[in-house]
Design a protein around this ligand. Structure first.
Ligand SMILES: Cc1ncc(COP(=O)(O)O)c(C=O)c1O
Length: 440
């Protein structure tokens, strides 16, 4: 097999429809034709491409899955032990019971736990439980919740109902048309939108599913009002904590504002790079999982819960959320400083929301091209970097300081190209894609 990452990706697109398994990992989303595409090794904050070249990862670090850094030695040690003991057998692994205790101890409002291995499927489990419990079909939601039919069905209602909740351009092709009118998006902090949806679908709402936080701060009373509406309409309140959790505290973000949902869903960072997801909830609600068929072979394997137990233990021992917040704040301040020093016009966000999910936008008409050129300039300097940064414990002060020096240097170059009106010309490949689109 070729070691040339561009040739391999071109070939992959013939074998794998869409090229990759995850939209965010498409090279077209970062730096088409130039991105290193594949890795052979990842450790801490470092990633080695197929040609052995080393990069520092200052992007989303495994799409938010590795808050301890890649290949964390403690999590790996626990997993290797599990591998040697046998990751699968005819009997169940006790780690799934141990993990359920840990999750319910961290979230005292929850009594019971089910597992899956990815975020999207865990959300599908939560929705099934809510529908089974209430006997109703409809779902109001806010945020991104994965690829499953129940969610993408929202785009059967209108051309792009999901725009602003997730990636734009998600087609409902392949989603049964019979699901039209079952999923309704509302925007964060727009309680009137949710009220209207609930009024228009009176008696039919099984659940209100929402990311408790992402990139906007909740207005005072917003979350409480959502909970009250869920109560009034006898709908199950589901917090999708797949991206938010473990970053600001040792558990779900909702512990911060002290509003208990009926169900909370975890994935990604909970197991630091090993597939694992959990649906936790109140007994009266979770018991509905006994009346409906929710079952999968690999949900019973040993690695996922083992990795989650080791990750949670390390997060608690080292106060990882504190480190992540400090790293995020440092990066945000550094971006601002680099913008001021070089005159590159950016707007940062995340600092007063979840600093470890930091982000900035370029304020230019050709912002997407400017962003692509920034990624190119950073890659040339040994960084995987764009306009988002998900902090990890492996990002030491030294790594961050060096990165910010490089950002300032890249911004200075960028400014020259912006002023000379030559941003597109300087790109060695295409402008990065926005949202979902067919590749070939
Ligand atoms: C809030 C949220 N929910 C659900 C998902 C889907 O998780 P997965 O990609 O593991 O299926 C994601 C992934 O980005 C997410 O951020």
């Amino acid at each position: 097999m070729t070691k040339d990452p561009q040739k391999l990706y071109q070939y992959a697109k013939k074998r794998i429809p869409g090229g990759t398994q995850l939209l965010s990992k498409r090279p077209e989303m970062m730096l088409p034709d130039i991105w290193p595409n594949y890795y052979k090794k990842a450790k801490g904050a470092e990633v080695w491409g197929l040609d052995g070249k080393k990069y520092i990862d200052m992007t989303h670090n495994g799409v938010g899955s590795c808050i301890l850094g890649f290949a964390d030695p403690d999590v790996n040690k626990a997993v290797k032990k599990a591998v040697d003991l046998g990751t699968m057998s005819t009997l169940n692994c006790p780690e799934e019971v141990e993990l359920s205790d840990i999750l319910c101890e961290i979230h005292p409002w929850a009594d019971m736990v089910r597992y899956a291995r990815t975020g999207g499927e865990a959300m599908a489990v939560a929705i099934r439980i809510a529908r089974a419990k209430t006997g109703k079909d409809k779902i109001a939601f806010c945020g991104y919740h994965g690829w499953h039919d129940w969610y993408i069905a929202a785009n059967l209602n209108s051309d792009d109902a999901l725009e602003g909740h997730s990636i734009g351009g998600l087609s409902p092709i392949g989603v049964p048309k019979a699901l039209k009118g079952t999923a309704f998006p509302f925007h964060y902090n727009k309680i009137d939108e949710l009220k209207k949806i609930l009024e228009e679908n009176k008696g039919g709402m099984a659940a209100i599913a929402m990311e408790p936080i992402r990139n906007i701060k909740p207005e005072p009373g917003f979350i409480e009002a959502v909970k009250e509406l869920a109560r009034q309409h006898n709908a199950i309140l589901i917090f999708d904590e797949i991206t938010a959790a473990w970053r600001v505290n040792e558990g779900g973000y909702h512990l911060n504002f002290n509003v208990a949902p009926d169900i909370a869903v975890f994935g990604k960072a909970m197991s630091n790079g090993y597939p694992m997801a959990a649906v936790i909830g109140r007994k009266e609600v979770m018991e509905a999982a006994q009346n409906t068929f929710i079952s999968s072979t690999y949900w019973s394997e040993k690695i996922g819960p083992t990795a989650a137990i080791a990750t949670i233990e390390k997060c608690r021992k080292l106060n990882v959320p504190k480190h992540l917040a400090a790293a995020g704040e440092k990066v945000i301040d550094g971006w601002e400083k680099a913008g001021e020093a070089t005159g590159v016009d950016i707007k940062v966000s995340g600092k007063d929301v979840v600093p470890s999910l930091a982000h900035f936008n370029f304020n230019y008409k050709n912002a997407q091209a400017v962003k692509t050129l920034f990624t190119q300039l950073m890659l040339d300097r040994g960084y995987l970097s764009n306009n988002g940064y998900y902090a990890t414990y492996a990002h030491t002060d030294k790594i961050i300081e060096k990165y910010l020096e490089t950002v300032e240097e890249a911004f200075a170059g960028l400014k020259k190209h912006i002023e000379a009106n030559e941003v597109e010309e300087k790109l060695r490949g295409e402008v990065a894609h926005m949202g979902f689109q067919r590749l070939n």
